[in-house]
Design a binder for this molecule. Structure first.
Ligand code: SF4
Length: 470
């Protein structure tokens, strides 16, 4: 997938002008968030479960080598072939080799951000495999030739009219604005693919170390069909997805659907443990797990290691005012929203994505909802300071931040500026918003007025209210 993270500003401006996208974002992110909040409120142990999940994940990071070794041993005992890819290039080579060796020409794939990260589809197509996305959202964006714009709802930016036009053009289906009819069309088309595919490709939400299982949490059943029907199953999963024990799984299953979509439990939880055994009615004859390092070991060694606790629930996207305004494509790579603003620079290198840590208001909403308590705003700030240390900030930006910090550290100076600003502002604007600021502040007023400075600054009003006369 092409990386355009440093074009965030340009991408975001385009997204803000896209009316259809704005409507779709307003509709979906708000709904996900409301459902998440209601589900968290209805589950009295939600906070305690967050604490437990965070603790388990921290233990995983402290002993990742041990848990991974155990996972590989248990998976191999059950007939699974485990591969480890150091980087995206190696992951593509391994996947292509598996497809060639297994004689696969058609693969059905369920949603996997890890597979997106290494451009797995291109590798398989290069090996002569037709890859059909089987998650409805992924299927839609594959027809549109686009990338996912949300972790759990990849086609969140598409309207039903756009989907119907795509189905008409690519599948020869009649136009309709009925969602059940559109789903029926996709289902009819995909059923035939499930039955004839030689390989099912999936991601994995969790890898269970003490049983060697891959756990898939889905709502559409495509993950289950894709892992049970084809002769070969290839699961592509990041190494950080391991959890120590099957007994830990319920903790995460209580958090993931609630945080993602507000569901108490997702429609399907599939636990895939090894190949089909004698007497099993279904399951793959051959199973491969491709574990991705792809920069994760390096992250584990550094100050951002807790980002590897992420369970990809997307709650931080739904609650983020920046994501809500610009959607996923503006972030210019696989991961978007606050998790993308931290993870992308760590995976692709800060110089390639230095614009992303600035794509945040630092309001803290992401940390409030993160089910595994990742300190996202702290990481965003830290990345900004790394960008300065690596010479990725302009002298103007550095001078402006130094000036800002200098004022904010001196209460008396801040108060004086507020007082003078209030008087001058009221005099020149007569209390109305400022329609146009000069460069370098002109970006602020491109699409909205800058509020006139208040006649009485907040701190003064606060003092008056509290009866402080000075
Ligand atoms: S950072 Fe937290 S909230 Fe965001 S996707 Fe990951 S687990 Fe979910």
């Amino acid at each position: 997938m092409e990386l355009t993270a440093n074009a965030f500003g340009r991408n975001a401006r385009k997204a803000l002008l896209d009316k259809t996208l704005q409507e779709a974002l307003g509709r979906t992110t708000g709904r996900f968030l409301a459902h998440r909040d209601a589900a968290a409120a209805a589950f009295p142990e939600f906070e305690a479960t967050r604490e437990r999940a965070s603790r388990i994940k921290r233990d995983v990071l402290d002993h990742l080598d041990t848990y991974l070794a155990r996972f590989i041993e248990e998976a191999e005992k059950r007939g699974t072939i485990v591969h480890v890819a150091r980087d995206a290039g190696q992951a593509r080579e391994i996947a292509a080799r598996i497809a060639r060796d297994e004689g696969v020409t058609l693969a059905v794939k369920s949603k996997s951000m890890a597979a997106e990260e290494v451009s797995l589809n291109e590798a398989l197509e290069g090996a002569g495999v037709t890859v059909v996305e089987s998650d409805l959202g992924e299927f839609i964006i594959q027809l549109a030739g686009e990338a996912p714009s949300h972790i759990i709802a990849p086609a969140v930016h598409k309207t039903r009219e756009q989907v119907s036009r795509l189905f008409e053009r690519h599948l020869g289906e009649p136009r309709t604005d009925s969602i059940p009819e559109l789903v029926g069309m996709a289902r009819r088309h995909l059923r035939a693919k499930f039955l004839s595919a030689g390989m099912g490709v999936s991601g994995g939400n969790f890898l269970v170390a003490d049983t060697g299982s891959v756990v898939l949490v889905t709502n559409e059943g495509n993950g289950r069909m894709g892992t049970a029907l084809p002769r070969v199953h290839l699961a592509v999963v990041g190494i950080e997805k391991v959890i120590p024990r099957m007994a830990d799984l319920p903790t995460f299953l209580r958090l993931l659907p609630r945080s993602a979509s507000g569901q108490t439990i997702s429609s399907y939880v599939s636990i895939v443990t090894g190949t089909r055994r004698a007497g099993d009615p279904e399951g793959p004859e051959r199973m491969h797990i491709l574990l991705l390092d792809c920069g994760r070991s390096a992250i584990l060694e550094g100050k951002y290691r807790e980002i590897l606790k992420c369970i990809r629930c997307a709650a931080c996207l739904n609650t983020c005012p920046v994501y809500q305004s610009v959607g996923g494509h503006a972030y210019g790579w696989v991961y978007s929203g606050p998790i993308g603003a931290v993870l992308t620079p760590l995976l692709v290198g800060l110089p390639e994505a230095a614009a992303l840590p600035d794509a945040s208001t630092l309001c803290g909403a992401c940390a409030d909802v993160c089910p595994v308590k990742i300190p996202l705003p702290d990481f965003l700030l830290e990345l900004r300071s790394d960008a300065r240390d690596q010479g990725l900030k302009t002298p103007g930006e550095i001078a402006a931040m130094k000036g800002y910090a200098g004022v904010m550290k001196r209460a008396g100076l801040l108060e004086a500026i507020e007082r003078i600003g209030g008087v001058l502002g009221q005099f020149f604007t007569k209390g109305k918003g400022i329609g146009g600021l000069p460069y370098p502040f002109s970006g602020w007023t491109e699409r909205r007025d800058f509020p006139a400075p208040a006649a009485q600054p907040f701190r003064k009003l606060w003092k008056i209210r509290r009866g402080v006369t000075r």
